[in-house]
Design a protein around this ligand. Structure first.
Ligand code: RIB
Length: 317
């Protein structure tokens, strides 16, 4: 059975609600503190399992107590975490997440073990990609060592596996080394800031998102899905520009929305969904995720996503 192989950051999320914008005071108070398993790759592996697929998580944790804590929800769901490496002398990555009333979070990430890949760790991840069943999909982000990203992209290309790349952070995703392997990417899923950073285009609406999508398409990827701040999406491919719109929902917390989008898109590729259906499915997953607190804890059930997607409007521009 096709597997969603999810490679990238594995973090402990220390998350709290703030009532004042950050940066105004030396110390400010917060409330509703939670300590949650997170990280982009872990969140996507979690979603894939929740949506009924085989999922394999690849990445690095530290040799501390956090390591077991961040992998526990995935183990409980039956995701394969057997090839997650342990970085000696390192802490597991930690995200401090500050969520204001608007739900639009600010994240401060200490990469720790995410950046501590040794050659043997990279070899192990490559071996997992090489052994993935035919039709598997690699979901990748760049919150890990550049060498690991490059080796994963090259391995997926050799296997002709489809790759969904979340270009976060764009400084790494767009850097010469990783950029030279973009031809291995099937779908790129930038948010507005990432699309702007990667293209130099001020992405502020559907039209500018489409321009950024076209610019990125020229870099050798097959599809670009620009996730707009209001929850809608512009997908650019050789077939044209597809817009999926949503009525903005009241966001509780946007932390997991991007991962829900990328993960659902990876699932749609494994299921060989048609383009428009796939983009509606991913947009539905992202929008439902903003309605609850946390990342993995906020991911909706498959049936909810299918139902929400049916009500979404998509149009070719
Ligand atoms: O994309 C959201 C995830 O990345 C969170 O779980 C947090 O770990 C952040 O860094």
């Amino acid at each position: 059975m096709a597997t969603i192989v999810s490679l990238g950051s594995i973090n402990l999320d220390l998350q709290m609600r703030i009532d004042q914008p950050l940066g105004q005071f030396e110390t400010q108070s917060a409330h509703h503190f939670s300590r949650l398993a997170g990280g982009k790759a872990a969140n996507i592996a979690y979603l894939a399992r929740r949506f009924g697929h085989e999922a394999q998580l690849l990445g690095m944790v530290g040799d501390d107590d956090f390591a077991g804590e961040v992998l526990a929800p995935l183990r409980a769901l039956g995701a394969d975490v057997s090839r997650v490496g342990r970085a000696a002398g390192q802490s597991t990555a930690v995200s401090m997440i500050f969520v204001p009333e608007s739900g639009r979070k600010t994240i401060v990430l200490a990469a720790n073990a995410n950046d501590a890949w040794q050659a043997a760790d990279i070899d192990s991840a490559v071996a997992a990609i090489e052994a993935a069943p035919a039709g598997s999909v690699l979901a990748l982000n760049c919150e890990i060592s550049v060498d690991a990203c490059m080796a994963a992209l090259a391995a997926a290309q050799r296997r002709a596996l489809r790759v969904v790349l979340d270009p976060a952070p764009p400084q790494r995703a767009g850097s010469g080394a990783i950029h030279s392997l973009w031809s291995a990417v099937h779908t790129l899923t930038p948010n507005v800031e990432e699309a702007a950073a990667l293209t130099g285009i001020d992405v502020k609406d559907r039209e500018s998102a489409a321009r950024a999508g076209h610019a990125l398409l020229k870099e050798g990827v097959e599809r670009v899905c620009v996730k707009l701040g209001d929850g809608s999406c512009i997908a650019v491919s050789r077939d044209g520009v597809l817009s999926v719109q949503v009525k903005p929902l009241r966001a509780v917390d946007t932390t997991g929305a991007g991962d829900a989008f990328t993960g659902a898109l990876a699932v749609s590729l494994a299921e060989r969904q048609q383009l428009a259906a796939a983009i509606r499915f991913a947009t539905a997953a992202a929008n439902l995720t903003v309605m609850a607190w946390g990342a993995q804890t906020a991911l909706p059930a498959r049936a909810q996503v299918d139902e929400f997607a049916v009500g979404l409007r998509s149009e070719w521009l």
